[in-house]
Design a protein around this ligand. Structure first.
Ligand SMILES: [Ca+2]
Length: 109
């Protein structure tokens, strides 16, 4: 996973943090259940935002592109530093649900 921006400022008024979720070869991101994604087990996607598929890192493997509310994400941090965030989610294919977890780190000013 890659989060954008990677540096968060407490005073930022930005609306969103964008998450780019990639899966290992052989898994298709279109089978990720977007409603199952929870940033740090807590924060769901912003309701009403579009979930799209692109190739953010140009490695030829599609990424699921999702939006989190930056003002809510900021409440996870009480002091500056490096933080590793994780996003658990479910991969659902042919009625089988496979839980997975994606990670990225951010720097908080
Ligand atoms: Ca990619």
């Amino acid at each position: 996973m890659d989060l954008d921006p990677n540096v968060l400022s407490p005073t930022s008024k930005g609306k969103y943090i964008t998450g780019y979720v990639g899966l290992p070869a052989g898994f298709n991101v279109s089978f990720i259940d977007p409603s199952s994604l929870r940033l740090n087990d807590a924060i769901p996607l912003v309701p009403g935002t579009r979930v799209t598929i692109g190739d953010h890192d140009s490695d030829g493997i599609p990424d699921l592109i999702v939006k989190f509310d930056r003002q809510i994400v900021k409440t996870l941090f009480t002091k500056p530093g490096n933080y590793t965030l994780h996003i658990p989610g479910n991969y659902v294919r042919s009625g089988n649900t496979v839980p997975f977890e994606a990670f990225d780190s951010v720097y908080v000013r």
